[in-house]
Design a protein around this ligand. Structure first.
Ligand code: 5GP
Ligand code: ZN
Length: 116
């Protein structure tokens, strides 16, 4: 399945996309259908289906990237941000490669998050 996975292709740079941030095991890039300006996806470079498969020892590297991207979005004008992770189809996961949505927020931006 990994050969057909769109996020694996992005991680391998086979699909060209803006890279917002990159570390040894993670990469961040803009969501193709942003619900807010600066909506960013953070994914592991290796194919893990969801949070349950993600090795726990990658946690601090992931949090470090979340903080860097959030700081960048806040420097760009965001006043806050939501982190959303859909795990399994029933919870709204469409792309079966683990990913965290980082959604910058501004006062009265009208963003309504579907899954919470
Ligand atoms: P999910 O519902 O699985 O959490 O959300 C998947 C997200 O991936 C959606 O917000 C969708 O817009 C985004 N997405 C799907 N395919 C692509 C793609 O090829 N490139 C980018 N940049 N985002 C994608
Ligand atoms: Zn994948």
């Amino acid at each position: 399945m990994e050969g057909d996975c769109v996020f694996c292709k992005i991680a391998r740079k086979e699909i060209k996309t803006e890279i917002v941030d990159e570390s040894e095991n993670f990469v961040a890039f803009p969501d193709a259908n942003p619900v807010a300006e600066g909506h960013t996806l953070i994914i592991p470079k290796k194919h893990f289906t969801n949070l349950m498969d993600l090795p726990s020892d990658l946690g601090s590297e992931l949090v470090d990237m979340v903080k860097r991207v959030s700081e960048k979005r806040m420097r760009e004008g965001a006043e806050g941000f939501n982190l959303v992770m859909n795990n399994f189809k029933v919870a709204g996961q469409v792309v079966m490669h683990a990913h965290l949505h980082l959604i910058p927020r501004k006062k009265d931006d009208g963003v309504r998050l579907r899954t919470i």
